[in-house]
Design a protein around this ligand. Structure first.
Ligand code: UDP
Ligand code: MG
Length: 316
């Protein structure tokens, strides 16, 4: 195979699994005689991840490391990888071996056949995951696909292999608030979906808390849909209409029957209810404003403190 493969591995505190990952991936790559580069992105680890990466780079000249000045998050780490990968094919993989390296040859073969621009993976089961988490995850995918025009697949992982054209398109999407699952869907191209059984982490711990995932879901919705804003304005219009009709009704009743107003408690509860709804929708608008604010600052996605890769884009 002539095409060079770049493999991007975002790493935060992965000193424990990184050597295992290295052994497995390099075995697969060398058995199949691919030309490759493995880009280890050290995303502000506080353990020995960088030392491990440097040691691997000393052992094997195909290993490149990019080390951030602090933790910028997995999205930024992937972006740094995309901006600096120079292979014809580019893959993203987690360091924890949840993305099986053994799938790579098959993925490369599918791209080689020329019919597809990208091979993405999705897990068919959520085995080993808490039940509530799976439930909310399912709801999230149903909801976001209804309200956004990016095609976001349930169970999709970030593990995917792309052709140069698609990587360039992803790099071209320079937004700071990155939601890769949405970005990959939004840029289009022909994608082959490869299903596989969920695998648990080889070592170390997940960086996701339940609330972290919730926030991720809300960000995903806000980054790829304006429907919450529409809901807010529709709701406002309907409420205005109903209260106008009620007002007419009450005034007419007062004029015709002259009855004294009863029901203080119900009045207050309606006022509190409306107040709550208003604050809720104000909150939604605030989320969009905050996103706009961070986008307009045009701060870099990441800052690289050190790297052994030539011509590395230090800031982007
Ligand atoms: N990761 C990262 N920066 C972060 C958090 C995570 O680069 O701020 C990396 C992490 O090292 C791993 C990948 O992203 O290689 C996926 O993280 P994790 O396994 O914790 O997520 P999960 O598989 O549970 O979704
Ligand atoms: Mg993982």
């Amino acid at each position: 195979m002539a095409n060079r493969v770049s493999i991007i591995v975002p790493c935060k505190n992965e000193e424990e699994v990184l050597p295992k990952f290295y052994d497995e991936i390099v075995k697969v790559l060398e058995e199949n005689r691919y030309t490759y580069e493995l880009i280890i992105v050290n995303d502000g680890s506080t353990d020995g991840t960088l030392e491990v990466a440097k040691e691997l780079a000393n052992r094997n000249s195909n290993i490149k490391y990019i080390s951030f000045s602090r933790n910028f998050g997995k999205e930024a780490a992937m972006y740094a990888g995309f901006c600096n990968a120079d292979g014809e094919y580019v893959a993203v993989m987690d360091a924890d071996l949840q993305d099986p390296p053994a799938l790579l040859p098959k993925m490369i073969e599918i791209l080689e056949s020329g019919e597809y621009d990208s091979v993405a993976t999705r897990r068919v089961s959520r085995k080993g995951e808490p039940v509530i988490r799976s439930f909310f995850a399912r709801c999230f995918y149903k909801f976001i696909n209804k309200i956004s025009d990016a095609d976001i697949v349930d169970g999709a992982r970030d593990f995917r292999l792309m052709k140069r054209e698609m990587v360039d398109a992803v790099v071209g999407m320079g937004e700071i608030n990155r939601f890769s699952k949405g970005i990959f869907g939004w840029v289009g191209f022909k994608t082959y979906w490869l299903p596989y059984e969920n695998i648990e982490r080889a070592a170390g711990t997940t960086k996701w808390s339940f609330f972290g995932l919730m926030k991720y879901a809300v960000d995903g919705i806000i980054n790829f849909s304006e429907v919450p804003l529409d809901i807010a304005s529709w709701f406002g219009m309907i409420m205005t209409f109903i209260s106008f009709v009620a007002l007419v009704f009450i005034v007419v009743r007062r004029l015709v029957f002259g009855d004294p107003v009863a029901g203080w408690a119900s009045t207050i509860s309606v006022i509190v209810f409306i107040g709550g709804i208003q604050l809720f929708f104000l909150g939604i608008m605030g989320r969009y404003m905050a996103k706009t604010y961070t986008e307009t600052k045009r701060r870099p996605h990441y800052i690289i403190a050190e790297s052994n890769k030539e011509n590395v884009k230090k800031v982007n």
